[in-house]
Design a protein around this ligand. Structure first.
Ligand SMILES: [Mn+2]
Length: 416
C-alpha cells in the first residue's frame, strides 16, 4: 500500500472518533517550532575560544561539529530539509557573526552582527527567536551575572540584555514575525547561601532595567526562564521557578518560559501549562528531555513530550504558546539530533479525539475514559505521519538516517 492509501484508511478510523485528520495536518503544518542553533556546535558559538561554562555542560565528542558560521548554517539547512512543517530559528547572542577582524563584546552587540542570521531566516521564510548569553564569558564573576553583588558585573550584563532587546526588535522587524527573547542565567551557589533574597532582588532589578529598553510589545516577547539547579550551582539558583513566575506575573508583557528539564524530576511541565494559561495570555516553552536531571537529551516521542503537546492542543493554545526546543547532544550526529527531535512533537496531539475524552471526564464516566485513553494510544498515527512527511516532501522516519549518513560521509567526515 502507498502512504496515501494507508492514510485514507487511517483517516476513516480517526474520522469515526470525530477527528478530522486533514484539518489536523493543515494545522500542524502552520505551527512554528523554534529550532535551537546550539545543537550544531555543542553550545560554543562564535564569540569566544573558551569552553562552555556557567552551569551547563555538553558531553560527547562525535566528529563533524560545525566550527564556523558557514558550517553551522549548512548543517542547519540539512536538518531543515528533514523536518516537515513551519520552523523558526532560535539564536543565542554568542552566535554573533563578525566580519573578518571585527569583534564586539556582549555588551556592545549590535543588530549588524546578526545580519547573516536574518538573511538566512528570510531566505527560508522563517522567523527568529533570540537569547542573551549569560554564560561562557570572563564577566561571569563567581558564577554570577545579573545577580552579582559587583555593580560593574551587573552593569555589563544589563547592557548585554538591552543590546539583545534591540537585536530582537531588529529580528522581528526584518522577518515580520515576533521574536521571543528569553532571559536565562545560571546564577547561583554551589553551597548553602547566607543570603538568598539579596541576589534575587538584584536579579529582579537588573531584568527590570533590561526591559526598560524601548521595544514594541507586539514584536518582541521577553521571557524569563527558571531553573532548579545547574552543575556547580547545586544549592541555590537565583532564577528559581517561583522567582521567574512571579516576575512574569508582575511585569506585563513578560512571559514565563518553562524548560521541562529545569524542574525536580517528578514535576511535569504538562500539568503546569494549563495552570499558567489560566492567567497568562501567552507563555513560552523549551521542550527538551531530561534524563534524571537537566541532561538536555534529544527530544523523543516519550510520554511527557506527548502530554506537553496534548495540553497545548486541548487548551486550544497553539496561538498562545511559543514552542522552542532546547537540547544539545555531542555524542551523536548533530544533524540527526536536530531532525529527530524536531519531527514528531505535535502530530499525535492534533489527531487525538480530545473533545470525546473531555466529555467522558465531564460526565464522570471515568472507567470508559480510562479504556478510551488506552485505545487511543494504538490508533494508526504512523500512517498519518508518513503521509504528512510525504506531502511536505521530507524523508519518512525510516529514510531519515540514510540521508543523515550521506551528509555525514560527504560533508561532516571531512571536518578533521
Ligand atoms: Mn532552556
Amino acid at each position: 500500500m502507498t502512504a496515501a492509501e494507508r492514510y485514507a484508511s487511517a483517516k476513516e478510523v480517526f474520522g469515526k472518533l470525530g477527528v478530522d485528520t486533514d484539518a489536523a495536518l493543515a494545522k500542524l503544518k502552520e505551527v512554528p517550532v523554534s529550532m535551537h542553533c546550539w545543537q550544531g556546535d555543542d553550545v560554543i558559538g562564535f564569540d569566544h575560544d573558551g569552553p562552555l561554562t556557567g552551569g551547563i555542560q555538553t558531553t560527547g565528542n562525535y566528529p563533524g561539529k560545525a566550527r564556523t558560521p558557514e558550517e553551522l548554517l549548512s548543517d542547519m539547512d540539512k536538518a531543515i530539509s528533514l523536518i516537515p512543517g513551519k520552523k523558526k530559528i532560535n539564536v543565542h547572542a554568542c552566535y554573533a557573526i563578525f566580519e573578518e577582524g571585527e569583534f564586539a563584546d556582549r555588551d556592545k552587540l549590535e543588530p549588524k552582527h546578526f545580519k547573516k542570521w536574518v538573511e538566512f531566516a528570510k531566505e527560508r521564510g522563517m522567523g527568529l527567536d533570540f537569547n542573551p548569553t549569560f554564560f561562557s564569558h570572563d564577566m561571569i564573576k563567581d558564577g554570577q551575572s545579573l545577580s552579582s553583588p559587583d555593580p560593574e558585573v551587573r552593569r555589563f550584563w544589563i547592557e548585554h540584555g538591552k543590546a539583545c532587546i534591540r537585536i530582537s526588535q531588529y529580528f522581528a522587524e526584518e522577518t515580520g514575525i515576533p521574536c521571543v527573547m528569553n532571559i536565562w542565567t545560571g546564577d547561583g551557589f554551589k553551597d548553602v547561601p547566607a543570603d538568598r533574597m539579596g541576589p534575587r532582588m538584584r536579579y529582579k532589578e537588573a531584568i527590570e532595567e533590561i526591559l526598560s529598553e524601548p521595544y514594541d510589545r507586539t514584536k518582541v516577547k521577553p521571557c524569563v526562564e527558571s531553573k532548579v539547579f545547574g552543575i556547580g550551582v547545586e544549592s541555590y539558583t537565583a532564577g528559581s521557578a517561583e522567582f521567574t513566575l512571579s516576575f512574569a506575573a508582575m511585569h506585563e508583557g513578560c512571559l514565563p518560559l518553562m524548560d521541562n528539564g529545569h524542574y525536580h524530576p517528578t514535576e511535569v511541565v504538562s500539568d503546569k501549562i494549563p495552570a499558567l494559561l489560566c492567567f497568562f495570555p501567552e507563555i513560552a516553552l523549551h521542550v527538551t528531555r531530561g534524563v534524571r536531571w537537566d541532561s538536555d537529551h534529544v527530544l523523543l516521542l516519550d510520554d511527557e513530550t506527548k502530554e506537553i503537546a496534548k495540553e497545548i492542543v486541548r487548551c486550544d493554545a497553539l496561538g498562545r504558546v511559543y514552542i522552542a526546543l532546547d537540547y544539545f547532544d555531542a555524542s551523536i550526529n548533530r544533524v540527526s539530533a536536530w531532525a529527530v527531535g524536531m519531527r514528531s512533537f505535535l502530530m499525535m496531539a492534533l489527531c487525538t479525539p480530545n473533545e470525546k475524552l473531555q466529555k467522558l471526564q465531564d460526565e464522570s464516566r471515568f472507567t470508559e475514559l480510562m479504556a478510551m485513553q488506552e485505545a487511543v494510544k494504538l490508533l494508526p498515527f504512523g500512517d498519518v505521519w508518513n503521509y504528512y512527511c510525504e506531502r511536505c516532501g521530507v524523508a519518512d522516519d525510516f529514510s531519515l538516517f540514510g540521508e543523515v549518513k550521506e551528509y555525514e560521509d560527504e560533508v561532516l567526515s571531512k571536518r578533521a
